[in-house]
Design a protein around this ligand. Sequence first.
Ligand code: GLA
Length: 340
Amino acid sequence: MVRARGPGRVNLIGEHTDYNGGLALPFAISRGITVTAEASGGDRISAHARDIGEQDEFSLSAPERTAGWRAFVRGTVAELTAAGYALTPCRLTIEGDLEQGAGLSSSAALSTALSLALLAVAGEPEPDDRRELAKLCSRVENDWVGAETGLLDQLASLCGSPGHAIRIDFRTLEIDPVPLELGDWSLVTLDSGAAHTIAQSGYNDRRRECREACKRLGIDSLSEANAPDVDSLPEPLASRARHVITENARVDAMVRALADGDLGEAGRLLDASHASLRDDYDASVPAVERTVEALKDAGAAGARMVGGGFGGSVLALLPPAGFAPSGALVVKPGGPAVLV
Ligand code: GLA
């Protein structure tokens, strides 16, 4: 019997940049999903999602397509097999302390924990480079779940570093740990209550718009665009591209603010990121706006939506005098997905 834990993530800044070849600064959090795998006989895999009391069972050699959490399990099995790993029949138990739809990437926590548990129970080593496993987990979301997500969540969950955010350059997939030292300040997330499902939100529409903008500019990714060219695009493509370019710049500004210990500036950058996501990327909803306001009223130095948007959680940076509204979760950078 083996057990693996996959953490959720919070993205400090750098939203909707991953699939645009840009920059992001996420960290893994302590909440996550645990998958227990016990070897069994036959040619089937059974799965029990303990928190919601649901089951699944399918053929190890030919998992059929389905929807919901089962698509993650079947997709992870299928993608690991397609990548050449000899998986073995087993019983999986899935449980966790990360709400679904809160925008803290329960999906990456699930697929990373699943892949480590499935490999370990089969006696297969994990890939030397975790970025390869992240790509595999991302294919599960893209091809099995129908969410065209980028690599942000999977890399944060697999490559997180305690006490650090990680600066990811999605053009090269280079990852640099950035110390996240907040002293008496704290980062909290507050669920807006507007559940978001990437496959059903405006996320895939935004990806389409970004592809269209690239096509018109004759470039491969929006991070290569320059400001004058962006201004020549029709709306809403110009605004979408403007968000990507300014958000990339905010990621490096955040890295500098953290190095300087300038948390006031870090808060201003969070606010600027939120304004850009709301106004240029059009990824906010009223419940998220109300949550941002509640956090600002509580004294937050900055607050912004995290993750795919259109619902989910808001991240806020609270100075020592700020107090977290009820329901807020203090988030700290934790370790990556592991066997436990
Ligand atoms: C979701 C996706 C990520 C990323 C963010 C937006 O979390 O899963 O790949 O695109 O949205 O930054």
